[in-house]
Design a protein around this ligand. Sequence first.
Ligand SMILES: Cc1cc2nc3c(=O)[nH]c(=O)nc-3n(C[C@H](O)[C@H](O)[C@H](O)COP(=O)(O)OP(=O)(O)OC[C@H]3O[C@@H](n4cnc5c(N)ncnc54)[C@H](O)[C@@H]3O)c2cc1C
Length: 362
Amino acid sequence: MALNTLFDNTQTAFKLKSDSELERAYFLFKMISKEPLVKIGTVATKVALNLNLPVEGLIRSTVFDHFCGGVNEKDCMGVVDNLYSAKVSSVLDYSVEGKQENAQFDATMQKVLELTEFAKNKDAMPFSVFKPTGFGRFEIWRKLSENEPLTTQEKGEWRSIQDRYETVCKTAHSCDISLLIDGEESWMQDAADDLCQAMMAKYNTEKAIVFNTLQCYRWDRLDYLKEQHAKAVAGNYKLGFKVVRGAYMEKENTRAQEKGYPTPICESKQATDTHFNAVMEYILDNLEDISLFIGTHNEESSYMALEILKIQSSTKKRHQSMVWTIIWHERSYKLQSSCSRLQCCKIHSFWTCKGCYALFNS
Ligand SMILES: Cc1cc2nc3c(=O)[nH]c(=O)nc-3n(C[C@H](O)[C@H](O)[C@H](O)COP(=O)(O)OP(=O)(O)OC[C@H]3O[C@@H](n4cnc5c(N)ncnc54)[C@H](O)[C@@H]3O)c2cc1C
């Protein structure tokens, strides 16, 4: 099959879905495209749940089952196994934001540890994931990134953050599960990058266990990547990177404007796309040193990665790295999205199931 028709093949895209599941998904999308119905439905659901009316079964068999992997890790396994039968792997993503207390950060770490242990020896779940601000206060990250001194209490908090990183990275290493660490706002990211680099130097000596994130809407990321590459070669360790475009563009531009510094964001969508593809290409050219996880829904970038890998495999270029991509067909947004939604569920208030498709695993 020609690569540029890969995402048009509905037979492959809907392979895991029965006709009745597709019809239900189609019906669901038709319903949620009607705004008044969504508003009424949301209010009615809240009222019914508050009155303890028996609506959970109905929710579960409609909206929930469509958008969510399950209510806990065990509950997700049906979806995970089903996806894996089509070589689509999953990441269970425990997502909490805006916490401020040490006990909450410890609880998040415990969940990440549980999910990492749970993923051990499960081929369908090769990754675990967390956010830096899930392990410590945003303000600590910001102060360190902007070279502001920490108070005595904050120094203690920083040591706790370092200990949490150490604990999860060590566990991921012993479970042989790769660990994706999310990228966040640029004004806290330097400290997160430095800590992540220290973890890579310690735990990526044989292969990439710890993965940092490169947000390619930031115009400085290719230079940063090259700098990290040189350090890793000199220090004899591997790099792992999740490559994304970035989720905080408006926030970044607004803050830069308010505080009067040049925006860290590329000047246009085209510039971001070019930069994303350049970062991806650099890593694909250096897979002997850097493992790649491509977090994109963009078809052009996905095709580009596939093309490069195809050429590399035909020229018998050998490497030990992994390349993963999120495939999400966005062009037609009706039935097509119903399938891809399940593969890459975005609802974070439940255990979610993010699918990724193993492109290459030599
Ligand atoms: C598995 C996975 C993990 C992720 N992890 C992270 C993470 O750790 N951190 C994070 O920040 N995001 C993360 N994301 C979100 C990701 O950044 C967004 O999905 C992404 O920005 C959407 O872009 P896209 O590559 O899918 O393609 P597209 O839809 O082609 O690109 C949209 C993106 O382009 C950029 N853009 C749009 N307009 C402009 C403009 N005018 N100028 C400059 N740039 C522009 C923005 O980044 C925008 O989000 C993750 C996504 C996935 C699927």
